[in-house]
Design a binder for this molecule. Structure first.
Ligand SMILES: *Cc1c(COP(=O)(O)O)cnc(C)c1O
Length: 234
């Protein structure tokens, strides 16, 4: 009895692993080489993530410092790890140790802390600025009209490498409304590239999740963050 239950479980796991690999194959085939794919891995196990890495995923995105820290020992060296969830100041010390990029820089105070903690361990921390592109009150992120001033304020930080923009977009929005929001975000991305033409690190526009990454790519995203479409429903 026990044994057969166990066999059933193992079989489910194998099917899940095969599914993950097939899903990634489909995404890799259908997207251009210059699109960076960040697999969103919140709630996923180290074993699931390792399957994704074996199938060609080079970057994963975690939402919580605590959760990422638990997975870190098993994953370091295998994949880049980006922070794609909100960062609290009291978690910055740990965050700069484990993440290869922080995609959610959204305030000057947070930048100050990231800069100081990165300097402490001699690291130049790659970051993306999170834009609240749909101007939702409950969401984190910088408003587009404040972006130019925000970037200007960040240039003083020696241990932060400003690499671009990330945006979430409203979750329940229809695709055509999302498209408008992605378009606006791309315009802000281009505006900074133009105004700060000496900012050579400026290159990533991270937008689009499972249901929206195709539209995001059409509107200029070069970094996407699919989760469900790789690993199944959470
Ligand atoms: C969860 C999450 C994703 C992936 O969402 P899916 O709908 O599962 O593709 C992408 N980006 C962020 C910031 C997330 O929190």
């Amino acid at each position: 009895m026990f044994l057969s239950k166990k066999v059933g479980f193992q079989r489910k796991v194998n099917i899940l692993f095969i599914m993950i690999k097939e899903n990634i194959k489909k995404i890799l085939i259908s997207t251009d080489n210059n699109i960076s794919i960040v697999a969103a891995t919140k709630t996923r196990s180290v074993d699931e993530i390792k399957q994704a890495v074996a199938a060609g995923i080079k970057i994963i995105g975690e939402n919580y410092v605590q959760e990422a820290k638990k997975k870190y020992e098993s994953l370091k060296g295998l994949t880049q790890i980006h922070l794609i969830g909100h960062l609290q100041k009291n978690k910055v010390r740990k965050a700069v140790e484990i993440f290869d990029m922080i995609q959610t820089l959204d305030s000057y105070e947070l930048a100050q802390t990231i800069d100081a903690e990165s300097a402490r361990i001699n690291k130049i921390m790659p970051v993306l600025i999170e834009i609240n592109s749909a101007r939702e009150l409950q969401k984190n992120g910088v408003f587009g009209e404040d972006l130019e001033q925000f970037v200007s304020n960040l240039l003083e930080f020696k241990n932060i490498e400003l690499m671009g923009i990330m945006t979430m977009g409203p979750l329940d929005e229809n695709l055509e409304n999302l498209r408008k929001i992605f378009k606006i975000t791309k315009n802000y991305f281009d505006m900074i590239a133009k105004v700060y033409s000496g900012l050579n690190s400026w290159r990533y526009l991270s937008m689009g999740m499972s249901n929206s990454y195709n539209v995001a790519i059409e509107e200029g995203a070069n970094m996407i963050r699919p989760g469900t479409i790789i690993f199944g429903e959470r």
